[in-house]
Design a protein around this ligand. Structure first.
Ligand code: MF3
Ligand code: CO
Ligand code: CO
Length: 308
């Protein structure tokens, strides 16, 4: 039960008694109160939407650029150098570098690493690996954030299954996005599917609102969680959907030494795909694609295969 001196549920930052208290009290109790009106700042202006489109398009170009380099024999630090240089050369900012002290310009997460793997000279990509490449760029103040998992050479059938389930999980999440539906529709589309495929949805890391900040406004769960906010999706909202899916259990641990690398607790493989999306009048516009991919209806790449 929310008390008068608590912060208001609407996210205004004001005390409840100074904000929605009287309004809520006057609401008929015959029907449940629908605490779902959008909070301030969730809806982007048309100018902001264009800013997000530009940031997403660059992130899409960057993924296109790096794809041919993700192969056996290459160090993850080499990938980092290429991403860093290409981003700077285009006049943009790698968002990961220095974010809460993260030391590199992208995350490279191999096999049992779930997310936030740190590129290293010593880490060489090898045949049979799966590796997630997570890129985030700041373009004129707006963030684009996307990731793909690559299968290197000949991977096990289990690894292939995991990567395909994860790609489909992202597509299902994107397909669930429609104006007027609650935010929880996204995990409701993802979690039962992933479970049915014998895999599990990571709970400790989530998608997020995104805009002029890396992580803003609200949490996009990929599993159905009681803490999912009762937000109704509306045109103009921007967020990431980025399911991390494990072949074993959903539990994860963070490396005690580097403070970043997140691994599956049971050592099983983990995969992830991520896009930044904009809620439109009809559904979702995937922002983190190149204009060409967008216009040809491509929505996701798994290695060199493009999915519509
Ligand atoms: N790109 C990640 C995300 O999808 C966040 C990485 S934060 C970093 O939200 F600091 F590890 F780079
Ligand atoms: Co993200
Ligand atoms: Co990301």
């Amino acid at each position: 039960m929310i008390e008068r001196n608590d912060l208001c549920w609407c996210g205004s930052g004001k005390k409840y008694k100074k904000c929605h208290f009287f309004e809520d009290r006057n609401t008929s109790t015959a029907a449940p109160v629908r605490r779902s009106r959008p909070r301030k700042g969730l809806i982007k202006t048309p100018q902001e939407m264009d800013g997000m489109r530009a940031a997403g398009a660059f992130n899409g170009y960057l993924m296109d650029y790096i794809r041919p380099y993700i192969k056996a024999g290459v160090s993850t630090e080499y990938i980092n150098k290429l991403i860093h240089q290409h981003t700077i050369d285009n006049g943009h900012i790698p968002a990961c570098l220095g974010y809460h002290g993260f030391p590199k310009s992208l995350c490279t997460s191999i096999n049992n690493v779930v997310c936030h793997g740190i590129p290293s000279e010593k880490e060489i990509i090898k045949d049979g690996d799966i590796i997630n490449i997570d890129l985030t760029t700041i373009v004129d103040g707006f963030y684009g954030d996307s990731s793909e998992t690559f299968m290197i050479g000949k991977v096990t059938p289990e690894a292939k299954h995991l990567v395909e389930v994860t790609a489909k999980a992202l597509i299902k999440g994107i397909d669930a996005v429609k104006p007027g539906v609650p935010l929880v529709a996204i995990p409701e589309a993802i979690e039962p599917f992933v479970d049915s495929q014998g895999c599990s949805v990571v709970r400790q890391y989530t998608g997020h609102g995104i805009g002029k900040k890396f992580h803003e406004n609200f949490t996009v769960y990929h599993h159905v969680d009681p803490d999912c906010e009762p937000i109704i999706l509306e045109p103009g909202m921007t967020m990431t959907i980025e399911p991390m899916i494990n072949l074993g259990g959903y539990e994860v641990t963070t490396d005690r030494v580097d403070g970043w690398t997140v691994r599956t607790k049971d050592g099983s493989l983990s995969a992830q795909f991520e896009h930044t999306i904009l809620v439109t009048e009809n559904g979702a516009e995937v922002l983190t694609l190149t204009p060409f991919q967008k216009s040809s209806g491509i929505r996701l790449c798994v290695n060199d295969v493009q999915f519509k």
